[in-house]
Design a protein around this ligand. Sequence first.
Ligand SMILES: Nc1ncnc2c1ncn2[C@@H]1O[C@H](COP(=O)(O)OP(=O)(O)OP(=O)(O)O)[C@@H](O)[C@H]1O
Ligand SMILES: [Mg+2]
Length: 263
Amino acid sequence: MILRLKDIHISFTNAHNETFDLLRGVNLDVEKGKITALIGGNGTGKTTLFNIISGFEKNYKGKIEFEGHEVNFKRMPAYKISMEGIGRLFQDGQLMSGLTLMENMKLASNDTTGEIPFVSLLFPNRYKQAELKKEAQAREILTRIFGENNKYLSLLNQDASAFSYGEQRLLSLARMLMGGDRLLLLDEPTSGVHPQYINTIAQIIREMKEREGLTVLLIEHNMHFVREVADTCAYLDEGVIAEVGPTNVVLGNQKVRNSYLGL
Ligand SMILES: Nc1ncnc2c1ncn2[C@@H]1O[C@H](COP(=O)(O)OP(=O)(O)OP(=O)(O)O)[C@@H](O)[C@H]1O
Ligand SMILES: [Mg+2]
């Protein structure tokens, strides 16, 4: 078990000053080295749950264990949680504009040799070696995903904002392979991406698991995609995980079919 959510509750106040309980006791065990899909209707609290796990939302009740230890996520700023090895792809997440594709890739690496000023000043060789290693790694990842001599290899120095929305989604996923993350939270990786790339995304995610041994928790509305990639599926409904189990079992469940899939 890499991540365990225990009895997570969160409430918000709406524009009419009414309090509503969004999450009402979420319990979920995310198994290490597996791909788990979190499904559920719009506005059911999936992204909010990711915000809780990645430290952006502190106002919740309940406990979170990461790699067997209870982590005080409430007291930890989001950037520290990401340094603990939890990476995130945001629902509308794109590359950082103003930086080149290569800079975006390098920034995703957990090797910070180049970011410690004294190291780069006092040990220029060590700094240079680390930079070269990251550049080679970026090229290797892009080749693995998009093939030999793909166009991104020749566009590494292009500003990120010059890539299309869908390309930025794909490249944002690719950059997640640079880091030392052990758990990846992906919020709707296929959203806004042309169907021709959906298989590429499925392949990137499966590679994350198989080659890197990463654990992936992903939110997704594309059920075909969920069937393709997810080992386990958890259905969030009315503030709780109403069903959880092997993907084909959960997607075949009558309640899930009626209330979410509309079948
Ligand atoms: N900080 C907040 N204050 C008030 N309401 C909030 C806050 N954060 C989330 N909500 C509300 O909680 C609900 C759940 O939002 P959330 O983004 O988690 O849904 P979701 O399951 O990810 O939906 P979708 O599938 O549409 O992305 C929404 O109605 C949202 O407006
Ligand atoms: Mg969402």
